[in-house]
Write a protein that binds this ligand. Structure first.
Ligand code: SF4
Ligand code: SF4
Length: 181
C-alpha cells in the first residue's frame, strides 16, 4: 500500500526560494549588541570557520540564485530524506547573503522533547565568542536579539523538514553542552 511521506511531501510543496527570501529580509538587521560585536574579537566566528557551517534545509536553493562566493558541499547529515549542505566561506561575505546560522550566532533555537522551542547559547561558540563570557559585565547579548532569534525559529519551524532539522540539531548540541560545561 502507498504510504505518504508527509515531510517529503511538504518539502516538495514548499517554495523554499520564497521562504528564505522572506526570512533573509526579516533577519537582515539583527545584531547581538548595539555595536558591531566583531570589534570585540576581530570577527572570530568568521575567521575560525574552516570547518564550515551547516545550512538549514533547502537554504542552498535560495543562495544558488545569487553570486555569493561560498563553497557549498553535501554534509554527512540527512533529515527527512534531504541531504543537509555545508557552507564554506573565505571569512568575508556579502552581509545580505550570510546564512541563517551566522545570523543567529552565538545562539541557537532548541526544540525540547515536548516540542517547545527555546533560545539558548550554541555550545559551539564556547571558547570563541566573547559574548558568552560571564566575567565581563558590559558584554552581553541583547534581549531583543534573543527575541529575534526566537521569532526566526518560529518562522523556520513552520516547515516540517526544518523542524526535524532543529530537533536533530538540538539533540546534538545538548550532548556537546554536557561535555563542554
Ligand atoms: S565571535 Fe561572537 S563577538 Fe565575535 S563577531 Fe562572532 S558573534 Fe560577534
Ligand atoms: S558566511 Fe559571512 S558571516 Fe558567516 S562566517 Fe562566513 S564571513 Fe562570517
Amino acid at each position: 500500500m502507498y504510504k505518504l511521506n508527509f515531510q517529503k511531501f511538504m518539502s516538495e510543496m514548499t517554495d523554499y526560494i520564497n521562504f528564505y527570501e522572506e526570512l533573509y529580509k526579516k533577519t537582515s538587521i539583527m545584531e547581538p549588541m548595539l555595536f558591531d560585536c566583531g570589534l570585540l574579537c576581530s570577527r572570530k566566528c568568521c575567521e575560525n570557520n574552516g570547518k564550515g557551517m551547516l545550512l538549514f534545509p533547502h537554504e542552498e536553493d535560495y543562495l544558488s540564485l545569487h553570486n555569493h562566493g561560498f563553497e557549498i558541499k553535501d554534509s554527512e547529515i540527512a533529515v527527512s530524506g534531504n541531504k543537509i549542505r555545508i557552507l564554506y566561506c573565505t571569512g568575508i561575505c556579502s552581509r545580505s547573503l550570510r546564512p541563517v546560522s551566522c545570523r543567529i550566532f552565538p545562539l541557537f533555537p532548541f526544540v525540547d522533547s515536548s516540542g517547545r522551542i527555546f533560545v539558548d547559547f550554541d555550545p559551539r561558540a564556547l571558547g570563541t565568542c566573547p559574548l558568552l563570557f560571564t566575567d565581563m559585565q558590559d558584554i552581553y547579548i541583547r534581549g531583543i536579539f534573543r527575541l529575534k532569534v526566537l521569532e526566526t525559529a518560529i518562522m523556520l519551524s513552520r516547515d516540517p523538514v526544518i523542524l526535524d532539522f532543529l530537533k536533530m540539531m538540538s539533540g546534538e548540541l545538548e550532548v556537546i553542552k554536557r561535555f563542554r560545561l
